[in-house]
Design a protein around this ligand. Sequence first.
Ligand SMILES: NC(=O)C1=CN([C@@H]2O[C@H](COP(=O)(O)OP(=O)(O)OC[C@H]3O[C@@H](n4cnc5c(N)ncnc54)[C@H](OP(=O)(O)O)[C@@H]3O)[C@@H](O)[C@H]2O)C=CC1
Ligand SMILES: O=C(O)[C@@H]1CCC=N1
Length: 279
Amino acid sequence: MTPQLSRKLTTVAFIGAGNMARSLIVGMLQDAGELQIRVSDPDQNQLDVIRSYGSEIFTSTDNQQVIDGADVVVLAVKPQVLRSVLEPLQTLAQKQQPLFVSIAAGIREASLNTWLGGRLPIVRCMPNTPALVKAGATGLYANSQVSKEQRSLAESILRTVGITLWFEDEDKLDAVTAVSGSGPAYFFLVMEAMQAAAESLGLKPEDAQLLVVQTALGAARLALESDQQPADLRKQVTSKGGTTEAALNQLNTGGLVPLFAEALKAAEQRSKELAQANT
Ligand SMILES: NC(=O)C1=CN([C@@H]2O[C@H](COP(=O)(O)OP(=O)(O)OC[C@H]3O[C@@H](n4cnc5c(N)ncnc54)[C@H](OP(=O)(O)O)[C@@H]3O)[C@@H](O)[C@H]2O)C=CC1
Ligand SMILES: O=C(O)[C@@H]1CCC=N1
């Protein structure tokens, strides 16, 4: 059964108001009737951006102030600064025991728990920026302190911005990060490359962009809604001796497929390195 947000107002505090927090908050706001959102960040300009999304959002430069009394605390700062952010929050965290939801790449639940004083419920998740338009994909992992209700709460919050998928093995989140966390950037790069190529074929920039982006959207929707595999859908575009075949031959000669395998491996490896460098 799909978990629903409870009728009770749930207070969700974000620490960090950067790119990913903004994507999640904008996406979540349409369901804000059941969510009270608070955000902290040292940069008042970042907080002003958040406030422009909705005057009902409470903002502060003081992390303690936003987590005090919160049901859920979303950790949305860079992995490299998490330790220095969490250690000063230890006393409040131990007293109030909110559910912590970390979106930081790599950083293991055990490290987070050590920095927060131990034995706290922590959900690690890996969302992505299409959350901004409620088309996100999030992988989730819960430690053993997380109750059934908290698991459901975390899932219901992330489901306001897209699909969710649970993993019982924490290490799998490194692969999720490589695939869907970083994934939007790969597709944007392909769009950039196709746009530039279209312009070099003589199309106007605005025509090139519209054709490329609509084609990406159409291909994604078709792959999502069809019961056929992407490989079958690709074959249906590729006429023997035709234009698609000419293009795909070039991409294969350039090593596109093994290059993707190497790229995702590098992202997964970087996620593991971030974990090792921050214990
Ligand atoms: N961007 C993405 O697509 C995704 C990111 N993530 C994860 O989300 C997290 C945030 O990434 P992203 O949003 O891209 O990074 P950003 O740098 O855009 O955002 C981080 C924010 O945290 C602020 N910050 C720094 N120190 C503190 C502090 N002590 N207390 C409160 N806030 C602080 C930063 O302020 P300042 O700039 O002034 O330092 C910045 O505004 C990372 O851990 C990343 O791994 C996960 C999935 C996807
Ligand atoms: O690049 C990064 O490290 C973050 C995590 C996934 C997407 N952005």
